[in-house]
Design a protein around this ligand. Structure first.
Ligand SMILES: [Zn+2]
Length: 425
């Protein structure tokens, strides 16, 4: 989200705030399928590049603009993820981890499941101050099962060297989600770009990623929109090319060279309502308008879309709001040359979801935590939150990576081609 425009964002989120209030009456298991989006079918331009035989379905779980929201946030600081129905905070990674695991389990019998994020995963809470040292955002996303994310404008707040350090430290700790940055250019000779260039060489940052899962080849690219680029004040020597031209180029590469079945854009560009009162403007809409883009996971405008926007009546564009308040679930079908939305909805992340980490239950109650043991001047609640975060990190570190067979397999030569592509851009 752009920082200069918080008021209009708050206005845009009015509907979201209203929806939050209804959490007691809506079970999160009562999936909010969107009838308007169901059964929309279209032909892919030029037909499918690779053969998908018979009807298949797949599921995309997604977020955007999480802004380092490790703990749930609300009007009062009463986030208690391990006792149910007694706080009004929204979000928090312990709950998000539970929900992603539940939905993956629920959907895996109906085809492959992807977990994607559309950028601005960092900055926004005190935890972000330690991103360069911990790489905590990407590391936690890894353990929650994210396959890919992209850069939002706020990823550059600590400068390109700070961004490089944060990704580097996360990558060093283990596998991280693919960071797809298709229109971000950091090939210039500049001391601040060294880490980003190294990460590109290692394949941690790439122009696109191909994930073959459940017999379907998914091509995923990531763009930072034109309007969003205005807010990348910390980008320094990094430059951005046009998001729409890049999207066209990525479609060509993914369809013609990579022979993917489905093209997905992670687009940090935002949506806006046009004069007709519909979400018909913004860079995410323009990306969805590019022929050959099948699905757009949007971000930046902090818009909680209860229904998928069907751009040109064919490409679903989805967004979940901000700060891990919701998890989006988009179910698609693929049948020969036809791709169609089966259902779409948001799962609110609130105190009806138990954080999955037993370890935190063993923490001493607020006020009794040894404040001297952490280097912070925060009040007693702040100390407890930092302890919770540490325990979450410790716990997630100890988890085995689930279903290693489902991880994207990227041959070394293919990775080298992507590195060349990054250098050439
Ligand atoms: Zn943004």
């Amino acid at each position: 989200m752009k920082t200069r425009d918080k008021k209009s964002a708050a206005a845009a989120d009015e509907k979201a705030t209203f929806t939050f209030m209804s959490r007691d009456t809506i079970s999160r298991r009562e999936f909010l399928a969107v009838s308007a989006a169901v059964g929309v079918t279209m032909l892919l331009p030029g037909g499918l590049s690779a053969a998908v035989h018979g009807k298949k379905t797949f599921t995309i779980l997604h977020t955007n603009d999480m802004h380092s929201s490790f703990i749930g946030m609300g009007p009062s600081s009463d986030y208690t993820p391990f006792s149910l129905n007694d706080d009004s905070t929204r979000g928090g990674y312990a709950r998000l981890a539970t929900l992603i695991a539940e939905r993956r389990e629920a959907r895996k019998g109906q085809g492959p499941v992807l977990v994607l994020d559309a950028g601005d995963y960092s900055m926004g809470t005190a935890f972000a101050a330690a991103s360069r040292e911990t790489g905590g955002e990407l590391e936690l996303m890894t353990h929650m099962g994210y396959d890919a994310t992209t850069f939002g404008n706020h990823e550059f707040d600590l400068g390109p060297d700070g961004l490089g350090r944060s990704i580097g430290v996360a990558a060093k700790a283990g596998r991280i989600p693919a960071v797809v940055a298709s229109n971000t250019d950091f090939a210039k000779q500049d001391a601040t770009l060294g880490d980003l260039q190294r990460l590109a060489k290692d394949g941690a940052i790439r122009r696109y990623v191909v994930i073959e899962r459940g017999g379907i080849r998914f091509g995923i690219f990531g763009v930072l929109g034109k309007e969003t680029q205005i807010y990348t004040g910390g980008a320094g020597a990094v430059t951005f090319s046009d998001a729409i031209e890049t999207a066209k180029e990525m479609v060509k590469v993914l369809r013609e060279t990579e022979k993917v079945d489905v093209v997905i854009a992670l687009s940090h560009g935002g949506v806006r309502k046009g004069q007709d009162g519909r979400f018909s403007e913004g860079d995410d809409v323009r990306v969805a308008d590019v022929p050959g883009v099948d699905i757009v996971i949007g971000g930046h405008s902090h818009t909680e879309l209860q229904e998928a926007i069907m751009v040109n009546g064919r490409a679903p564009l989805v967004q979940t709001g901000l700060e891990s308040r919701n998890l989006g679930e988009l179910v698609m079908s693929l049948d020969g040359g036809k791709i169609a939305v089966q259902s779409y909805g948001l799962y609110p992340i609130n105190d009806s979801i138990a954080g999955e980490i037993d370890k935190l239950k063993k923490l001493p109650p607020p006020g009794t935590v040894d404040q001297g043991s952490v280097a912070t001047g925060a009040g007693k609640d702040g100390v407890r939150e930092i302890k919770e975060w540490q325990a979450i990190m410790d716990h997630l570190h100890s988890l085995p990576v689930k279903n290693p067979g489902e991880l994207p397999v990227i041959p070394v030569d293919e990775r080298a081609a992507e590195v060349r592509a990054i250098k050439a851009s």
